[in-house]
Write a protein that binds this ligand. Structure first.
Ligand code: ATP
Ligand code: MG
Length: 260
C-alpha cells in the first residue's frame, strides 16, 4: 500500500528497519503584515507588487532517520519548531520542501481531544472520539470501562465536557487515544498538564511502549523524561538540528545552552 500526500509518503514495509525518514525539510509560515488587511488593500498591494506578508522560516533543512524501536526525545526552546515538526510528520501541516517517509501505522497524540464537543457529556464524547479514531460502537462498548478507569474520572462520565478542567479533558482524551493501534507514536507534551498521579500512569505507559520496542517520538521540556525513556535525543534550535544522539549528552547540552 502506498499513499502519497505532497512530499509525505506512507508505506508499510516489514523488511525496511527505518520507521521515519526526513530529508531536506523546510517549513515557513507567511505572516500577514499590518498593511495587508482588507480586500482593497490586498488588491492595492498586488498592483504595486507589495507582498503583504512576511515569511517566517520555522524549519530549515531538517534531516534524520528514525529506526523502528527507537524512543526519540525532541527538545529545544519555546518556538524552536518542535511541534511544527511533529505536525508535519502527522500530516497536519505541509512543508514547502522535503521528503518524509512514514513506514508503519502512525498515531499522533498532538492535539488531544480535537474532536471533543463541550456541550456533550463525557460518555458521548468517548464514543465520538472513538469513532474519529476508527472504532466501532461495539469496540467502544468493550473499552468503555477501561477508558474511564485509566482516566480516573468515572464519576464525571455524565457531566458535560465543558465542566471538566483542562487537565481532566486531556486525561480523558489520552485515555481514549492509547487504545488506538499503531506502531509509531508521536507525543507532544501530553504529560505537561497532568497531575503527579496521572504522570506516573503515563510513565508506566511509556515504559511499556519502550519494552514493546514501539517507535516513539516524544516532544518534551522534561529532561528527566528524556534521560528516563529515550534511546536518542534531538535538539532543535531556531529550526535546525544542532545535536542528535545520546539522550544524556544532548539533554546536558540543552541545559547548558539554557543557562548561558
Ligand atoms: P514550544 O516549546 O513553545 O511548544 P515549539 O518548539 O513547539 O515551541 P512551534 O510550535 O513549532 O514551537 O513553533 C515554531 C514557530 O512557528 C513559532 O515562532 C511559531 O510562532 C510559529 N508557528 C507555529 N505554528 C504556526 C502557524 N500555524 N502559523 C504561523 N506561525 C506558526
Ligand atoms: Mg510545542
Amino acid at each position: 500500500m502506498k499513499r502519497q500526500i505532497g512530499n509525505r509518503t506512507e508505506i508499510n514495509s516489514t523488511t525496511d528497519n527505518i520507521a521515519i525518514s526526513v530529508r531536506n525539510l523546510y517549513k515557513s509560515f507567511n505572516l500577514p503584515t499590518e498593511q495587508s488587511s482588507g480586500l482593497k488593500q490586498a488588491i492595492f498591494n498586488r498592483l504595486r507588487g507589495v507582498k503583504g506578508y512576511t515569511e517566517q522560516k520555522v524549519l530549515k533543512d531538517i534531516n534524520f532517520k528514525i529506526k523502528k524501536g527507537e524512543f526519540v526525545g525532541i527538545i529545544g526552546r519555546n518556538g524552536s519548531g518542535k511541534s511544527t515538526l511533529l505536525k508535519i510528520l502527522a500530516g497536519i501541516y505541509y512543508p514547502q520542501k522535503g521528503d518524509i517517509i512514514i513506514n508503519g501505522n502512525l498515531i499522533p497524540f498532538i492535539e488531544l481531544g480535537v474532536g471533543f464537543n463541550p456541550e456533550l457529556t463525557g460518555r458521548e464524547n468517548v464514543y465520538l472520539n472513538g469513532a474519529l479514531l476508527g472504532f466501532s460502537n461495539e469496540e467502544m462498548d468493550t473499552m468503555y470501562d477501561d477508558i474511564w478507569e485509566f482516566a480516573e474520572l468515572k464519576q464525571f462520565q455524565d457531566q458535560k465536557l465543558k465542566n471538566y478542567s483542562s487537565g481532566m479533558q486531556v486525561r480523558l482524551a489520552f485515555s481514549i487515544a492509547i487504545r488506538a493501534h499503531g506502531n509509531i507514536l508521536l507525543l507532544d507534551e501530553v504529560l505537561a498538564v497532568g497531575d503527579a498521579a496521572f504522570q506516573q500512569k503515563c510513565n508506566d505507559y511509556f515504559r511499556s511502549l519502550k519494552d514493546q520496542k514501539q517507535t516513539v517520538i516524544l516532544v518534551t521540556h522534561s529532561m528527566e523524561n528524556v534521560t528516563k525513556f529515550c534511546t536518542r535525543a534531538i535538539l532543535i534550535e531556531s529550526g535546525k538540528i544542532i545535536q542528535d544522539g545520546d539522550p544524556n549528552k544532548v539533554s546536558a547540552a540543552y541545559t547548558k545552552m539554557l543557562a548561558n
